[in-house]
Every structure is written in C-alpha cells, then in structure tokens.
Unconditional design. Structure first.
Lengths: 335, 286
C-alpha cells in the first residue's frame, strides 16, 4: 500500500495499525511528519497497543503538540491585546481557531502562523496597531506589498520582532481575483465569541473556509491535514439538527458549494466521514484530487511530479485570470 | 530509496537513505561496530539530488528528511558521508524531544560524567576524544542528552568529526583503523570522522550522573587558568547550547535548574591539549 494511504487508513481506523509491520511503521511515521499529521496521529492511536519505540515517538509528538497549542494560544492572546483598543471583531482562523474553540480538529494539530480575520474597512487601523505592538513586515518589496494590498485576501505577512511568530491578517477567505466571491461581512456577522473576547467562524463557515483553502486555493500541499480537519469538524457538527442544510446554504452563499461538496466526498472516501445522501455522488475529476493528496512515499518524498505540477499550475489559474497571471509572473521573473 | 543504512546511537535510531551508493557505504563502514537499529526508526534522513539531473551531472547532495532547513546548501557527492552526519544532527537538533539536548561533549569515569560545552573551536570535541583514549568513557562529542526525570546524562556516542590537526593527534593515539576517509575542502575544512572505542559503543545505553561542568577555551597564547562560573551564568549558557529547551517547556526549565544548582561549573583556558588533559585530571581529583 502507498505510504500516504497507510496514513489515511491509520487515521480513519486506528485498529488497522495493529497489523503494521516494522518497516511500515517507519514509513508511516515519515509520511505523517511530512504531512504535518504526526501529532494528530499520535492522539488518534493513543489507545492502541504500539511497538515500544512507536509509543515513545508518539508521546514526544503529543508533548510537542501540547507545547504548540500553548504557544499558539499565547500568540492569539498577544494579538487580542494589541487590537483590543480598536473595539472590532477579531476572528481566529484555521489551527488556532480549532484549538481555541476546543474542537476535535485541534487535537494534536500542528499550528504555524497565527491567522486572523478582521473587517476590511478596518484593515489600516489593524495594521497600524500591530506595527505599534512590535510586528514587522517580512517582505519590504514594493511590488509584493502592492500585489497583496490590491489583489489578495490578506495583508503581506507580519512577524513579531521578539517572539518571531508570523501573523496573517485576512479580510476575506479567498484572493479578490479568484472567481468565487465569499461573503466576508456575513462570515464576520455570524462569527461566535469565545471566552476572553476572541472569535471563531460559525461551524458551517469554518468548514467552508477549510474546503475553500483546500480545493479553491493553493496546490493541495498539506492537503491530507486540511482534509482531516474537515473530517473532524463534519463529525463534530454533522449530528446537530439542521446542520447539513445550513452548510449547503452557507456554502452556496459564499459561492463555494463545489469545493465543500468535493471536500465531503473525498473525506468520505478517505476517512469514512459520514454525510447525507446526495452529497457523496461520485465525481470523475475527484480521482485526480485523490491521487494528488496521497502523492508521497514511505521516505516522506513527494511523488508524481507531473500531477503535482498540474495542480501547481491550477493553483495559479484559480488565483487570477491568465493575462493577469502572465503579468505577475513576468514581474517576478525579472527581479 | 536505492541505498539504505540503519543505525542505532544511544537511545536513537536513524534510517539513512541515499540515491548514491558511496555515502551509505562509508557510513556503514564508519559505524560497523554499532548494534543493529531497532526495527522502527526514530528519524529518517534522505540524501537526494538537489534537482533530478544533479544525480548524474555534477552530483549535488541535498540533505533532507523528517526535519529540514529550507535554505540548507547542498554538498558535493565526495562529501556525502558528512552530509549523512549533518542530516542526523539536523534531525536531533530540530526533532528530538525525549531528553533535553545540549550541544556539549561528555565523558564518564567511575559512573560520574564530565560535561564540556563551549563555542565551536573551543576544542571540546578533540578533548573528549582524547579523554576517551585516556581512561575515560566517551559518551558523546556533539550532543549530551539530559534526562528530564532523573537528571542523568544519556550517551550519544556518534563518530567524532575531527578537523585538520586534531586528525593527526587522534591517529597517533588510536591508530588509523578508527578513522573514516579524509573529506577535504568541506565547508568545515579538511575533516575525518573518528569512531569511539568498542567500550564506549558497547556501553551506549548506560547513563551517568553529571558531576562537573567545564567551559573549555583553547588559545595557543592563553595561560592555563581556571575560574568558577555561577549557576545563573551556567543556566543561560546551557539554554543557548540547547536546541530543544524552548520546545520542552517547563520540564526543561526544571531539569536545567536542578543541573546548575547541584553540579559545580568551571571555565578553563588552555594553551595545549597536554595542558588541558592535566587540568581536567587535576580538577576531577578535587
């Protein structure tokens, strides 16, 4: 079995790990690290009888995840304090949001940058407040800065000069040049306040964002982890009365129903994620997405270069129309 | 990958894969006295072509694996053994969490350990290798592993990377069979790897309690000198010498506090290896 498939199976059915032979364990650990899923896997297999060395590796991974969580929540708190005087909604996104909200998706999850969303018309104030509180630009280049400000869904990345942690400030969830136009104001209006004053997106919007990030933006790098987030959330929220129709409505409103349905289909296929009838009707193009998601071998190496390149090109075409892309690449290449 | 070698050093097992035969062959030869690796490896190291065609045309070895540095400079194929060593170091520095990892060398006698740490070029590697041939057990020259629960040090007796003059010193003491191939013109100069003694390898699962911390400093023009170093300064220096102190959080703080408040520390200046050996023996006897 392909090593990434081993990982998918171990996450979906922890008991399947019992039959693994030693070389398969080594491969599973390498691929889980490469896909940033080692912490999630370590929690998922916590109750299983494991070879002793594997138990030690997973224990370290859980401790690491615990520490990453502490750091991520602290970083969120630092941003909250910096932005508190502005009296605006600060919405946590992605890993920090799952962790802060205590969701299953946050368990063992790797967390890199802090991602937040704020209302677009307050972006300048947010930027000034963060700069005053010790964050600095990572890229000083004028074209990059202009590019972000004119076309992107976020400010150019900022890094804190003392804590060395990055923050991405979003005002919507997709680049402005992408075809779908999500209703960012609606997302902010529906967001949910946590203890302490920070906010997270509503459950359906959280899933819409995760699906948009996975299938309507980017080249599917790290896709297995994003799909695992979606599985965890669909299981956690899916049993609530009226959840699926609401997800359908929200996804349509944000013009992201195809991405959300694709996420539900492939999550069902990979992780056995439950979904209502009608959501999982198979789709021909899914095959390429599935193959791309598991394009990694037991040494943790990326495989299927042609397929990867295809998705890389696709990611740029999703971001902007072709003439604009040509101009962008021309400017980048001349530097 | 096409070529593979697994090895166990102290509590850690590595799987090293390579697109080329030579680095793995040299690695297996250098570590020939080491026990077989556990069946499930802690870390994977990959030596692979930086770009597909660089496997054959002017071969260039990129150091990759479970943990990687994004801007690591690839190495020439004739330095492939060094690349494998650096790949293993990288996994330890970025991914190891079982013990507090200190960039330090350790030797042991009578069940008690001497920890030596200092800047690169302080001579701690050579000193540890020399002591390892002079009645001490070499526990490691690169990383010392401090147990977070018991406060003991665990051996990690990797091959010692020796530079320039140190190579001849060790060849004279231990003979040519303990040395790996010359790697000339590497980013670190001309180097050869030195395999620890059989005793050091056989006892690589045997921890020892730390008894003395030394901060050696080498300089041809220095007078031999000894100064005490206070616990606060030792603490700060050791946090700087650790790659996982922050990641381990409070447990690392507690273990390090225990270490610096219970083990004496001295800074020594030495003008020659003979002087250093004499200083160590004298301080140890006190």
């Amino acid at each position: 079995m392909n090593a990434a498939r081993l990982l998918v199976r171990a996450l979906a059915e922890p008991s399947s790990a019992r039959s693994l032979r030693d070389p398969e364990w080594t491969a599973l650990i390498a691929v889980a690290r490469a896909e940033a899923l080692i912490g999630s896997l370590a929690y998922r297999l916590q109750e299983e009888a494991l070879p002793s060395n594997v138990g030690t590796i997973f224990e370290a991974a859980r401790r690491d995840a615990e520490q990453a969580k502490r750091q991520a929540l602290w970083e969120a708190e630092m941003a909250r304090r910096a932005l508190a005087p502005l009296d605006l909604p600060v919405i946590l996104l992605k890993g920090t949001a799952y962790t802060a909200a205590g969701l299953d998706a946050g368990l063992g999850r790797s967390i890199g940058d802090l991602d937040i969303m704020v209302p677009r018309d307050r972006l300048d104030e947010v930027e000034q407040a963060l700069l005053a509180a010790g964050w600095e630009w990572v890229k000083e280049d004028a074209y990059d800065s202009l590019y972000y400000r004119r076309w992107m869904h976020e400010l150019p990345p900022l890094i804190h000069r003392e804590r060395d942690r990055m923050i991405d400030v979003h005002h919507t969830i997709l680049p402005l040049t992408a075809k779908p136009k999500p209703d960012a104001a609606g997302m902010i209006a529906d967001s949910v306040e946590l203890d302490g004053g920070l906010r997270v997106l509503s459950p359906p919007d959280m899933i819409v964002h995760a699906a948009a990030h996975l299938f309507a933006d980017g080249d599917l790098a790290g896709g297995l982890r994003n799909l695992w987030d979606i599985d965890r959330m669909l299981r956690e929220f899916g049993g609530r009365a009226g959840f699926w129709p609401e997800l359908h409505d929200r996804a349509s409103r944000h013009q992201l129903l195809p991405a959300v349905q694709r996420a539900a289909r492939i999550a069902a296929d990979f992780y056995g994620t439950p979904s209502p009838t009608g959501w999982t009707r198979s789709h021909k193009v899914d095959r390429a997405f599935r193959a791309r998601l598991v394009a990694r071998n037991g040494w943790g190496q990326a495989t299927r270069p042609a397929l990867r390149l295809g998705f890389y090109v696709r990611s740029h075409l999703l971001r902007m129309p072709l003439p604009m892309l040509a101009r962008h690449l021309w400017i980048k290449a001349r530097r | 990958m096409k070529h593979e070698h697994r090895l166990k050093v102290g509590p850690v097992t590595f799987r090293v894969g390579s697109q080329w035969a030579a680095p793995v062959r040299q690695l297996a030869e250098l570590y020939r006295d080491y026990p077989a690796a556990d069946a499930v490896c802690d870390f994977t190291v990959r030596l692979e072509a930086e770009k597909p065609w660089r496997r054959w045309v002017r071969p260039s070895v990129a150091i990759r694996g479970d943990y990687m540095l994004p801007d690591a400079v690839p190495m020439a194929l004739e330095h492939g053994l060094l690349a494998a060593e650096m790949g293993m170091n990288l996994q330890m520095a970025l991914g190891y969490r079982r013990h507090l990892l200190l960039h330090a060398s350790t030797v042991e006698r009578d069940g008690r350990a001497l920890l030596m740490t200092g800047l690169s070029g302080s001579g701690k590697s050579t000193l540890a290798a020399l002591l390892g041939e002079a009645g001490w057990r070499l526990m490691g020259d690169e990383f010392a592993l401090l147990d977070l629960d018991t406060g003991t040090l665990h051996p990690f007796p990797r091959a010692v990377s020796l530079k320039n003059q140190s190579v001849y010193v060790m060849e004279e003491r231990a003979g040519p069979n303990r040395l790996g191939p010359w790697l000339k013109g590497t980013p670190k100069g001309a180097i050869r790897h030195f395999r620890p003694s059989r005793d050091a390898i056989e006892r690589m699962s045997e921890p020892a309690a730390p008894a003395l911390i030394l901060f050696p400093r080498y300089g041809r023009d220095l007078e031999a000198a000894v100064r005490p170093v206070g616990p606060a300064e030792v603490f700060v220096r050791l946090t700087q010498a650790s790659t996982n102190y922050v990641a381990l959080g409070e447990r690392a703080f507690d273990a390090l506090t225990h270490l610096v408040t219970t083990v004496p520390a001295l800074a020594i200046d030495y003008p020659s290896t003979e002087a250093a050996l004499a200083q160590v023996e004298e301080l140890w006897a006190k």
